[in-house]
Structure formats: structure tokens, C-alpha cells
Design a protein around this ligand. Structure first.
Ligand code: URA
Ligand code: SF4
Length: 211
């Protein structure tokens, strides 16, 4: 009898004992999808298991790929400024991505970000689920469509639900907003308004943390 084809995923690499250090170590050797071949290294989440808020981005970018830390490049600077404006101390949070290797295409000497596809998001989701299981954040914040759809389903539309507290069993408070890089991509004259709207969404997070 023919065996059903199994699809590789991070699930084959997640350790039985769940702790952030064990997860981080195991994720460094993940071969759950083909992206390990093109990224420099796994960029695992950053923060303590006691964090009350967890932020999930899309995937590491060029600078994150080199530094092995999430949100340290241009999008990270927007994120830091917005957190600051919303009165949230990043050092008390847990920050991670839906996909943990940088997916890119060469354009000249530059490495251009490529959106992860559904198969890659699905393959990498076990790491995110394991991070959620360890950190158990009170507030879960999904930054952009990739993070939101990975955890809430492909039908989820950030544009329709940004800044709302969502009905989800993933955490006490779950919300989605735009990805900080969308603010950088917008027209310069629209940036201030886009940034203010992002901060307003993060203020919902700050308020939830005070409850
Ligand atoms: N964009 C993301 O989604 N995550 C990062 O870590 C950096 C840029
Ligand atoms: Fe593993 Fe995720 Fe990297 Fe794919 S992207 S190899 S599933 S850590």
C-alpha cells in the first residue's frame, strides 16, 4: 500500500521539552522547509517567557537575517518608535515572526524581501505555536497579513479588523494591525497619518496590558 506523502515542517524539529532556550537551539537546526538554504540563520523570537505581550511580524529582513534578531532593521525602527509613542517598553515584550528564515531574491547586490507563501507559513507555524505555548502572552499582536493569516486563517483581512480586540482562544486579548514596513512603503505625505494610525492600534495593546 502506498504511504501518504508527508510534508516536511518545523514540527519534525520542535523538542518535546518546551522552553525558550530549548526551542531556540532546536530552531537553529530547522530544515522544515527549503528556506533554511537561502537564509543565513534562523531568526528566533526575542524576549522573556514572562512577557505579557507578544508581537508577531512576517519574517526576518536583510538586517535581521545577519543579526539573528527580529525587527532590528528599518521596519524595526518604525516599530520601536511606535511602541515608544504608545508607551510600551519593548524590553518587556516578546517579539517574533511567523516565518523564521529570510526569503529573498537577488537584485544586483541587494537582497530583496519576498513574501513567504502559505506552504512556508504552514511549515514554520509549529515554532510560533511553541513560542505561544511557552510565553502564554496575555496580549497577542499580529503585525500584518502574514502573521494574522498564519494564526487566524487565510480569510482574515487586517484592513477590515485592524485595532479590534478579536475573539480568539490564542490569548486573553488578540489584535491585528498593519506591518510597520507598510508605513515605509507608503507615499511620504501619507506617512504621518499611517504612523499615527499604527500608534493608535498599539494604544489598544497598551490599554489591554493595563487591564
Ligand atoms: N519584518 C518583519 O516582519 N520582521 C522582522 O523581523 C523584520 C522585518
Ligand atoms: Fe524551519 Fe521556518 Fe526556517 Fe522553514 S522558515 S526552515 S520551517 S525555521
Amino acid at each position: 500500500m502506498a504511504r501518504a506523502a508527508t510534508t516536511a515542517s518545523a514540527a519534525d524539529f520542535v523538542p518535546a521539552r518546551l522552553s525558550l532556550s530549548a526551542l531556540r537551539e532546536a530552531a537553529a537546526g530547522c530544515r522544515g522547509c527549503h528556506l533554511w538554504e537561502i537564509g543565513t540563520q534562523t531568526v528566533f523570537g526575542e524576549g522573556g517567557a514572562e512577557a505579557e505581550a507578544m508581537f508577531v511580524g512576517e519574517q526576518p529582513g536583510d538586517q535581521e537575517d545577519k543579526a539573528a534578531r527580529p525587527f532590528v532593521g528599518p521596519a524595526g525602527r518604525v516599530f520601536d518608535e511606535a511602541l515608544d509613542a504608545a508607551g510600551i517598553d519593548r524590553s518587556t515584550t516578546y517579539v517574533t515572526n511567523a516565518v523564521k528564515h529570510f526569503k529573498w531574491q537577488a537584485r544586483g547586490k541587494r537582497r530583496i524581501h519576498q513574501k513567504p507563501n502559505w506552504a512556508e507559513m504552514t511549515a514554520c507555524r509549529p515554532w510560533l505555536e511553541a513560542e505561544l505555548a511557552v510565553v502564554k502572552p496575555r496580549v497577542l499582536v499580529l503585525l500584518g497579513a502574514t502573521a494574522a493569516q498564519s494564526l487566524l486563517g487565510r480569510q482574515f483581512r487586517v484592513t477590515q479588523h485592524r485595532g479590534e480586540l478579536l475573539d480568539s482562544g490564542l490569548a486573553e486579548f488578540v489584535t491585528a494591525t498593519v506591518h510597520p514596513s507598510s508605513i515605509l512603503r507608503g507615499e511620504p505625505e501619507e506617512r504621518d497619518a499611517a504612523f499615527a494610525a499604527f500608534v493608535a492600534d498599539l494604544t489598544v495593546v497598551g490599554d489591554a496590558l493595563k487591564r
